[in-house]
Design a protein around this ligand. Structure first.
Ligand SMILES: [Zn+2]
Length: 283
């Protein structure tokens, strides 16, 4: 049995929304690495987590998206460890009954160009995953990936902790906006992540809520893993506020196979509240 199913017995779980914009709203200056705030302004990071829990998130992430040795080059190992551990601790303090899935983002460097090699990437992800697991995360979420090879290295490192691992990609490229920046299709991603031993696969960032429905369906058709879906907020429409429009896709995404549903860039606690309302109304 898939290890995530124990949490999915009552159906789809609502996750959280964007963190960057919420931190900016609390004073994070542009150009500052948000992850460093886990140590500098822990109360403001915790406030973001709390805002999502209060809005109805049943799973919250951690402010650790960039806290790997490559993305935060120049940051000493002990500091990275502290940033990752604090990220989990802050989300945990706010979580209450909610689960804490710790965020692992891309390195920002390209394997394909030789800018960085597999050993460096694997070592950076392994160190981060170890810190996140030691701090008590419930699962690890490898997110906003575009390179299958980089994601494979991250999933490998994350799996060594023994925690369930989710692998989520940003589909935003190609003429139909259904490929990652590196050209991977939902089918290729699903197949590679099943093979890598991920416990769930998904799509985050990239396209908005309307376009993610077909990506979700394609992931569903390509594998049996639970699906993790966190589209970007998209633009305001004639049909109402962005949050209402976003949440109006709840049933379509549930029916397309989403097991975890939240928002990425541009989404706020208001979006999560609207999604949680849509879930209540649908049950
Ligand atoms: Zn995003």
């Amino acid at each position: 049995m898939n290890r995530l199913n124990v949490w999915l017995t009552n159906g789809l779980l609502i996750t959280d929304g964007a963190w960057g914009t919420e931190l900016q709203a609390r004073g994070l200056p542009p150009g500052t690495m948000p992850d460093t705030w886990n140590l500098i302004h822990p109360e403001r990071v915790e406030a973001v987590a709390r805002a999502y829990v209060e809005a109805g998130s049943q799973v919250i992430l951690t402010n650790t998206f960039r806290a790997n040795a490559i993305a935060m080059q120049g940051c000493v190992e002990a500091d990275l460890d502290a940033i990752n551990r604090a990220g989990v601790a802050l989300s945990r303090q706010a979580a209450g009954e909610a689960l804490v899935f710790a965020s692992i983002g891309p390195t920002g460097k390209m394997l394909l160009s030789g800018e960085i090699d597999s050993e460096q990437v694997a070592a950076a992800f392994a160190a981060q995953a170890k810190s996140l697991a030691a701090a008590g995360a419930d699962a690890l979420i490898v997110e906003t990936m575009s390179d299958i090879e980089e994601a494979r290295l991250a999933v490998d490192s994350a799996r060594r902790t023994g925690l369930p691992v989710i692998a989520s990609f940003a589909f935003d490229s190609g003429k139909n906006k259904d490929r990652t920046m590196m050209g991977a299709t939902p089918e290729a991603v699903a197949e590679a992540m099943v093979e890598a031993g991920a416990d769930a696969v998904g799509a985050n960032c990239g396209v908005g809520v309307e376009q993610v429905v077909s990506i979700c369906r394609r992931l569903r058709a390509a594998c049996d893993l639970p699906l993790w879906i966190k589209p970007n907020a998209g633009l305001p429409t004639m049909e109402g506020t962005t949050a209402e429009f976003f949440a109006s896709h709840y049933a379509a995404l549930r029916d397309a196979g989403a097991a975890f549903l939240g928002g990425c860039c541009g989404s706020t606690p208001e979006f999560i509240r609207a999604l949680a309302n849509a879930q209540r109304a649908a049950s």
